[in-house]
Design a protein around this ligand. Sequence first.
Ligand SMILES: [Zn+2]
Length: 205
Amino acid sequence: MALAPRRGGICPRCGAPHALPILPDSPCGHCLASPPPWAAFRMHGLYEGTLRQLVMRVKFAEDHAAARLLGGLLATACIGLPRPDGVVPVPLHPERLRRRGCNQCLELARLPAAALGAPLRPGWLSRVVPTRPQTGLSRQERRRNLRGAFAAHPDVRGRRILLVDDICTTGTTLARAVDCLLRAGAEAVDCAVAARTPAHPDRRG
Ligand SMILES: [Zn+2]
């Protein structure tokens, strides 16, 4: 089934798929070389086929039915995670939020928050620097592009947080956001993403 979750052959730290789903889960080279700052990582599936279309409908067409469907899949992916003190969507910069009308990650975070019995806390993380889209940038450029992009609310101190994003490509956005929350005193941050791109752009060719 096109929307079925990817169940095997992934890196458990960042969701990067190995060549075949039948391979055992094992850390990818990136995570071995520099372990990501989050505690647990959950994803529904790979950003391709029907899942890709669904994510794009949520992101660009404000399709609320698609957002509920995707949020439900994400909630299932989060089963077994420690109950967080707050569920935080990856924020948009206020300018982009105005242009778009809503933050698709906030819509996606609603069902995982309800399933885990945790409050939504979109105010715990904000985007303070407008950044250009990450698409087409190398890992290093992505890192530079996001320097100082996020600010955390002081209330995150001592809290366990679940951070929700729609698509994860290299994990740079998540890593920057998690770093910001941890620097502000968060106890631990878990990450949940609806879809993971099949390959790191800077691994191709
Ligand atoms: Zn990895």
